[in-house]
Design a protein around this ligand. Structure first.
Ligand SMILES: Cc1cc2nc3c(=O)[nH]c(=O)nc-3n(C[C@H](O)[C@H](O)[C@H](O)COP(=O)(O)OP(=O)(O)OC[C@H]3O[C@@H](n4cnc5c(N)ncnc54)[C@H](O)[C@@H]3O)c2cc1C
Length: 466
């Protein structure tokens, strides 16, 4: 039986291994790091992540949602800490099941690897670092750190889920087969924490994502199951209010006391953690195409790293796994008497084409929406018209549930509405909302019957929503 190699046992690679193993495909899953189940997490990017409908759908598709559910902490909305000291709660959605979930990256990754490892047709190997990829021969050069040896791996096909800095993708730099742009944001991030109170009590409201929007920068906090919070400060790298301007402990302490006075005293060893935690870089990756014949496919961040401001990078990577599997099923179904283990290079080429045709527009759409959401999170949530437009959008969703769903809700709660459709409909809706609220201060100032009629005129019904 043919075996596929998955490079990268991160979030995308390990879920992909589960899904393809269930399909009956033999998998060699390789990661450069030691087994996180043995060694513990080595830390790194973002301690916790927001999981929403697309991620949950993929876990259900893989039949492992039950394993992951105990790791999830529900968040109902944004708890906004305004700079005048007041606070506001903004629900993400308007229906009881419209929640997103905070999850520890390390715990999630461990559970996914464990799930993959239970399949007899999956071989999980750690400390296997790809140090080169040869696109001509479709071979990976692997350094096996467990025995300090190098060997060559020939995979049919290679599914590269080796993250934003993908060595496989970079092997195509300068070639005309795969084109990539890597854009760095002029803002970085730093992670801090708030420990649980006595008896594991949360010291901030537990079922919310906390946000301190400050215009050019923001602080956010996500709850963890143990009662602690992970904080992330997003800040320009250069300029008057920037990482480079915070040169010493006093600068850091003064900056937090000035901009985040209601939380500064809760932060664990602010200046010590500031000094010891790295400043993370933020960026996005655009690649086209994502595959090289039937030999190689890029998935997850390796294909399309996006900014984290819509909480969708992992959700998109999980959706990739489902879309790829659906393309495999389609090709197998059309090819009589074939089993998944018999897929050959020409079949994989067809699978990769179909996968790309369905998913590339979606990845581009959420990349743009993630950029826009940064401005909304750090700034727009503070503007009065923002809340009025949100209230109006909810009102229209109640009146026209098959036509008008707020863009945020389409992205976060409706896995069956493609990102691209959410973006297109969202743009139309935003224009309408701005027009209807231009001279209004409250919902009472808006002619809702006219708004409803205009929404019907501009927005075709959604095929189906769930
Ligand atoms: C600050 C921040 C906050 C975020 N918040 C969210 C959020 O709230 N919600 C959300 O959905 N997404 C979020 N994301 C995005 C999310 O982290 C990524 O989209 C997701 O991790 C992508 O998964 P991946 O498996 O493609 O890549 P990764 O998680 O990066 O995994 C890549 C794997 O490949 C391995 N690897 C790399 N190179 C090699 C090599 N040469 N040889 C062998 N193995 C290799 C690595 O060890 C790793 O295990 C956030 C990102 C950041 C930076």
């Amino acid at each position: 039986m043919n075996k596929a190699a998955i490079l990268g046992g991160g979030l995308c690679g390990s879920l992909l291994a589960v899904i393809l193993a269930r399909r009956g495909i033999g998998i060699d899953l390789l990661d450069r790091l030691p087994d996180p189940r043995v060694k513990g997490s080595s830390g790194g990017r973002s301690i916790n992540l927001a999981m929403s409908a697309r991620g949950l759908h993929a876990l259900q598709y893989a039949d492992i949602l039950g394993v992951i559910e105990p790791l999830l902490v529900p968040m109902r909305g944004r708890f906004v800490h305004v700079d005048d000291g007041s606070t506001e709660f903004h629900a993400y959605g308007q229906f009881d099941d419209e929640l997103i979930y905070s999850v520890s990256r390390a715990a999630l990754n461990r559970a996914l690897i464990d799930s993959a490892d239970r399949f007899s047709n999956v071989q999980v190997r750690f400390q296997q670092e790809a140090i080169a990829y040869d696109p001509e021969r479709a071979t990976l050069k692997i350094r096996d750190h467990s025995v300090d040896e190098e060997h060559t791996l020939s995979a049919q096909p290679l599914l590269a889920a080796d993250g934003a800095g993908s060595i496989v993708r970079r092997a195509y730099n300068g070639s005309d087969r795969i084109h990539t742009t890597e854009d760095l944001l002029a803002h970085g991030y730093k992670e801090l924490s708030i420990s649980a109170g006595p008896g594991g009590a949360f010291r901030l409201k537990s079922d919310a994502l906390h946000i301190w929007p400050r215009g050019g920068f923001m602080l956010i906090a996500l709850p963890n199951p143990g009662g602690d919070f992970t904080l992330t400060l997003f800040l320009p790298n250069e300029g008057p209010q920037s990482f480079s301007a915070l040169e010493n402990d006093k600068d850091v302490a003064d900056f937090f006391a000035k901009h985040f006075p209601d939380v500064v005293d809760l932060i664990d060893d602010l200046t010590g953690t500031w000094a010891s935690n790295p400043t993370g870089i933020l960026g996005s990756v655009h690649t086209q195409p994502w595959h090289d014949s039937g030999d190689m496919l890029l998935l997850g961040d390796a294909a399309h790293a996006i900014l984290p401001f819509h909480g969708q990078g992992m959700n998109l990577a999980f959706e990739d796994c489902v879309v790829l599997d659906e393309a495999i099923v389609a090709v197998i179904t059309e090819t009589a008497n074939m089993t998944p283990g018999e897929l050959r290079s020409e079949h994989w080429d067809e699978i990769f084409r179909r996968y790309e045709a369905r998913q590339m527009g979606n990845a581009n759409a959420i990349a743009t929406m993630a950029q826009e959401n940064y401005i909304e999170m750090r700034d727009t949530v503070r503007q009065p018209k923002h809340q009025l437009q949100k209230d109006l959008a909810f009102e229209l969703e109640r009146r026209l549930p098959q036509r008008f769903i707020p863009r945020y809700s389409m992205v976060m709660f409706h896995a069956d509405i493609p990102y691209q459709a959410a973006q297109q409909r969202g743009n139309i809706q935003q224009e309408l909302l701005e027009c209807w609220t231009e001279h209004a201060n409250s919902l009472d100032d808006i002619d809702l019957e006219t708004a409803e009629a205009e929404a019907k005129e501009h927005l075709p019904p959604l095929p189906a929503t769930g």
